[in-house]
Design a protein around this ligand. Structure first.
Ligand code: SF4
Ligand code: SF4
Length: 170
C-alpha cells in the first residue's frame, strides 16, 4: 500500500485533533455527558459498515498492522462474519473490555459520533438524545458533520466501506 505522505498525515491528524478538541470541550463542560471508555454501544450497533476515505483507510491500516498477528486474524474473521449480521459490531472492538483496538487510528466517523450534528439535524446516539431532552442543548457548540465529511473527502481518495477496504487488501 502506498505510504502516507507527511503532508497528508499532518492534514488528517489536524482534522482528527480538531474533532477531538470539540468533543473534549463538549464532554468537559457537561458532567453528565455519557461518552466514555467502556461505553461501546455505538461500536456494537453500527447501522452500516464504517465509511472511510482512502487516506483514512491507509491511516487505519497502520493501526491494524500494529496489532498482534492473532488479533489481526480475529479482526479479519469478524469482518467476514459482519457481512452476515445486523446491526454490526465493529471488528476492531475488544468485546471483553469495550475498548477500541485501533483507537489512535480510528476514522472520522468514530471520532465525531455523538459530538457532531448533521445539517439535517441528525445526532444519532439515543443515550445522548435522552440526556439532551433532560438537560437541553442550548449551550452546546456541535461539530458540523457534513463539513467534516467534506473536509476529510478533500484530503485523499474515494470513500468506501470497511468491508470493501478489507476485501481490497487481503
Ligand atoms: S456515542 Fe453514545 S453509545 Fe457511543 S460512547 Fe457516546 S454515549 Fe456511548
Ligand atoms: S473503529 Fe474503534 S471506535 Fe470505531 S466503531 Fe470500531 S471499535 Fe468503535
Amino acid at each position: 500500500m502506498e505510504p502516507i505522505s507527511e503532508a497528508q498525515r499532518q492534514a488528517l491528524e489536524a482534522l482528527y485533533q480538531r474533532v477531538e478538541a470539540r468533543a473534549a470541550d463538549i464532554s468537559g463542560a457537561h458532567a453528565w455527558w455519557p461518552c466514555r471508555r467502556g461505553c461501546d454501544h455505538c461500536c456494537r450497533h453500527l447501522s452500516a459498515p464504517l465509511p472511510l476515505t482512502e487516506l483514512e483507510w491507509r491511516y487505519l491500516w497502520e493501526g491494524f498492522q500494529r496489532l498482534p498477528a492473532e488479533v489481526r486474524a480475529e479482526v479479519r474473521t469478524r469482518v467476514a462474519e459482519m457481512e452476515r449480521s445486523r446491526p454490526y459490531t465493529c471488528p476492531f472492538l475488544d468485546r471483553e473490555s469495550g475498548a477500541c483496538r485501533v483507537y489512535a487510528h480510528r476514522p472520522l466517523a468514530c471520532r465525531s459520533y455523538g459530538f457532531a450534528a448533521a445539517r439535517d439535524g441528525g445526532r444519532w446516539c439515543q443515550f445522548i438524545s435522552d440526556l439532551l431532552a433532560k438537560h437541553g442543548d442550548g449551550d452546546i457548540v456541535w461539530a458540523n458533520q457534513d463539513s467534516l465529511e467534506e473536509t476529510v473527502a478533500s484530503l485523499g481518495g474515494p470513500t468506501s466501506s470497511l468491508f470493501e477496504w478489507f476485501a481490497a487488501h487481503p
